[in-house]
Design a binder for this molecule. Sequence first.
Ligand code: ADP
Ligand code: AMP
Length: 216
Amino acid sequence: MRIILLGPPGAGKGTQAEFIKKEFGIPHISSGDILRANVKEGTDLGKEAKGYMEAGELVPDSLIFGMIEERFGMADCQKGFLLDGFPRNESQAVTLDEMLTKMGTKIDLVVLLEVEPELLIARAVGRRVCQNCGAGYHIENMPSKVEGICDKCENELFHRPDDTEETVKNRIEVYQKNTKPLIDFYKNQKKIRAVDSSKPLPEVAAMISKILNDLH
Ligand code: ADP
Ligand code: AMP
């Protein structure tokens, strides 16, 4: 099963991906997570990507393509994957189709997470992520038991530097301009299903689960 989760920043892609990954046994490929790991490790890719990420701008396609191709080459992608944060513009969507054609496969479905715009900023600004295991929280919607500490591994939670109100607003604009056109791109391929991600987490997870189970 090869799935794309599409939606604006803060829509719930990463959160839902964790549910889907467990239920369907496919890896969660988050381009943002891979980039953040590179920034943390100080790789050449991380050094080049850092400034774009902090400003809420897209990292150039030339850096993204190699990174994704390398990830697709890993053994766990054989049985499928769940893409989160990639593709993010039309050129990436076209290149993704080309990469998959070469691999003799294709995208099965795009799940679009729709959220009322006024909820997005609060969701992204309130997001907290574990430094160690990557678990996601929200200061109001999904708080950790002890403030600032991960429930799962007891390491410190961090506030992403691009989750400030100003940068989130820019990321939403970047989404509207570059990523939203992909809705029509995948409508033309008859591959898109929309889910109301303004609803509580378990409801959204149940809707996605039903859509993916119907795919089999
Ligand atoms: P994305 O990966 O799309 O940028 P996340 O999955 O990280 O978004 O979600 C952003 C924030 O919103 C997180 O702090 C998460 O806990 C919270 N969140 C996600 N889905 C919901 C939901 N359905 N209801 C309430 N809060 C949510
Ligand atoms: P995300 O974790 O998906 O919110 O992404 C965080 C940041 O990483 C974005 O604001 C971009 O700067 C960068 N990024 C992630 N994925 C991509 C992509 N597919 N293309 C370009 N930039 C990306």
